[in-house]
Design a protein around this ligand. Structure first.
Ligand code: GMT
Length: 380
């Protein structure tokens, strides 16, 4: 099948999921066309089956805001026609579902029907999409999608609660390519980061407010008062400078390492013992899943889709948002005893393995088949 994928090309989870899905589809023989404003960060190899089409937005002094949706929908129309694309899969509703719908309408004028699948990822529903300024357009484009999927049961429930959605929402959880993470580094180069007797705690995110970065630092502060430990902070974002300042104020400068964005998170997770994810809201928590497949235990908040990924008392622990004391206590429970830590790590790996892309990809392919078969049905 010829599939166009629209996503954000950055380090955010939705872009990562879209990219990994596209690569896996291409490996299965589909022809995949990524359409976005920059080559997605995890898309290293472009081959026969993988294409990338950049959306350019010409700058014009009259515009205070450049019309990206307009440029995207035009690019979609041109690319779909040029390559005979049969199906459009948009990741993150804003503005992709809206631009996708416009492209569909324009194509229909020319007698071309291309079904659109919209995958909801989280903040497009819980944070941004729910804002009154966006809500009518988001509701409209969800209802105009041929098939809507969400990455967790929790996100589906939230969408149904917050929006007047007429379409059914199908849950297809996020996934992981387990073969990519079968890291057999005999030595994870742990010594680069910590002494033998130090535990390694890691956090990876886009450092937005919703991630509650100060909680990460405070939890680690509590941990290092009881056991020798290092904290590795991976990512870039608006909360990073404040986090650096906070760790300095708490006297943790030599124990907290800020690495910035990385394309080698598997190497970092390889030597990590515990992953912290105290988010305010999280539709799934892909970063936690990536940690777990690398045999890293998780201490997290219990919001949104996180409990579908991190199993309380088995793969790590869950606490209420903002309960730094409980998260610290839980982290110490996981880290203090070598045998306990090994058990948590092993269980994390086993549970994460259930999200293997080989189990999830057929669910998307089935959705594509169904959407494609509906091409003669006018869905407007
Ligand atoms: O977490 C972010 O801020 C990035 C955001 C995105 O859209 O890239 O992540 C969302 O989608 C991920 C992939 O489906 C989920 O794993 C994250 O939980 C979700 N983030 C939130 O809901 C805050």
């Amino acid at each position: 099948m010829k599939i166009a994928i629209v996503c954000y090309p950055t380090f955010g989870g939705s872009g990562v999921v879209a990219t990994e899905l596209g690569i896996a589809l291409a490996n299965r023989g589909h022809e995949v066309h990524f359409i976005t404003y920059k080559q997605p960060v995890r898309l290293e190899l472009l081959g026969n089956n993988i294409h990338f089409h950049e959306v350019h937005v010409p700058k014009y002094p009259l515009f205070q805001y450049q019309p990206y949706e307009l440029a995207l929908s035009s690019k979609l129309v041109d690319t779909i026609k040029l390559y005979g694309i049969e199906l459009l899969h948009v990741h993150y509703a804003i503005p992709h579902a809206y631009a996708g719908y416009m492209a569909k309408k324009m194509l229909l004028e020319e007698g071309i029907f291309v079904p659109m699948i919209t995958t909801l990822h989280g903040t497009d529903i819980t944070l941004v999409g729910n804002h009154p300024f966006y809500k009518p357009a988001v509701t409209f484009s969800i209802n105009k999608s041929d098939i809507v999927t969400s990455v967790s049961e929790s996100l589906k429930e939230q969408t149904l609660r917050l929006f007047d959605v007429k379409n059914p929402i199908e849950v297809i959880p996020n996934f992981i390519d387990t073969t990519k993470y079968k890291n057999d580094y005999t030595d994870c180069q742990r010594s680069l980061m910590a002494q033998d007797d130090e535990k390694i705690v890691t956090h990876i995110s886009n450092f937005r407010r919703v991630k509650r970065i100060p909680d990460v630092i405070h939890i680690f502060n509590g941990i290092q008062q009881k056991i020798k430990a290092k904290l590795i902070m991976v990512g870039e974002g608006p909360e990073k400078v404040a986090a650096e300042k906070l760790s300095q104020e708490l006297g943790l400068t030599d124990k907290v390492v800020f690495l910035g964005n990385s394309t080698e998170i598997d190497r970092i997770l390889c030597f990590s013992d515990l992953f912290l994810l105290p988010s305010e809201s999280e539709s799934f928590g892909l970063a936690a899943l990536e940690a777990m497949i690398n045999k890293v235990a998780v201490v997290s908040s219990n919001v949104g889709g996180i409990p579908e990924v991190n199993k309380d008392g088995i793969t790590g622990y869950l606490s209420n948002v903002g309960d730094v004391d409980d998260m610290t206590k839980n982290a110490l429970k996981v880290l203090s005893n070598e045998e306990t830590l090994t058990n948590f790590k092993q269980h994390a790996f086993e549970w994460a393995s259930k999200f293997d892309i080989l189990n999830i990809l057929p669910l998307y392919e089935e959705v594509y088949e169904r959407a494609y078969k509906s091409r003669y049905k006018n869905s407007y």
